[in-house]
Write a protein that binds this ligand. Structure first.
Ligand SMILES: OB(O)c1ccc2cc[nH]c2c1
Length: 234
């Protein structure tokens, strides 16, 4: 899997060189390239923004640098196997299913906007050539797409075979299919008693059936309380 990041702050993505993702890069499972969008500017000030047509506050990212970056990185031939991800507050919510689908992609290009956003013709152009995903991290607004791209990257890449040491851990996480899309149950480790708080007895019983039942009940109760929207049978 090759991941490209178009951004005016490429150093944001230096962090991808550490921890699990760093190992995935070292193992050749993932190939990461961060690009400074100003590479594709030609004026003395390396300008990437301009005033919004129709007025309004702030600045809008000019289309030209994006178009030239696409030309260099992707060429002009349409290829639906290339996924262009545009983090934006106006996008569809990024969910675990999106991470799962994108984890099968061979190529993902993250377009990280700043200011008031990217000239919409860039999205129109990209949509004619590649598979475009305008995705929101949540119902809040960041200052740009970089932090969202990092979060989405981790959610996607950790699902790629060979990236996580123990793939079994994926099956018991919140939102995983094995968890029936429910929130993950509470987890405990040693010591059995800590500052007056004890590990639930059932987890110390060694009775796998009872433990599995307790965990299912905990997941459903937690989901009912915190995310009733995830419950499909109520
Ligand atoms: O909240 B976000 O995911 C996000 C994404 C892109 C831009 C561009 C300017 N503000 C942004 C916010």
């Amino acid at each position: 899997m090759r991941l490209d990041y178009l951004t005016i702050f490429p150093e944001f993505f230096d962090v991808l060189g550490i921890s699990l993702l760093g190992k995935a890069v070292d193992n050749g499972i993932v190939d990461i390239h961060a690009h400074d969008l100003r590479t594709w500017t030609h004026d003395r000030h390396r300008t990437v923004d301009d005033t919004p047509c129709g007025g309004g506050a702030g600045m809008v990212m000019k289309p030209d640098p994006w178009g030239e970056a696409f030309d260099d990185l992707l060429g002009a031939d349409p290829d639906p196997s290339v996924h262009v991800v545009i983090p934006t507050p106006s996008g569809t919510p990024f969910r675990q299913d999106d991470a799962a689908q994108l984890s099968h992609a061979d190529r993902i290009v993250f377009c990280c906007g700043r200011y008031e956003g990217i000239d919409h013709r860039v999205i129109d152009y990209a949509s004619e050539h590649w598979s475009v995903h305008e995705l929101s991290l949540g119902d809040y607004v960041l200052n740009g797409g970089e932090v969202a791209a990092l979060a989405m990257t981790e959610a996607i890449v950790r699902l790629v075979p060979g990236v996580l040491g123990n793939p079994e851990s994926l099956s018991e996480e919140s939102y995983s299919q094995d968890q029936e899309g429910l929130l993950e149950y509470p987890v405990y480790t040693r010591p059995a008693s800590w500052r007056g708080w004890d590990v639930p007895e059932v987890l110390m019983s060694g009775h796998h059936g009872h433990i599995a039942q307790w965990r299912r009940e905990q997941s459903r109760e937690l989901t009912r309380r915190r995310r009733p929207d995830l419950l499909t049978d109520e």
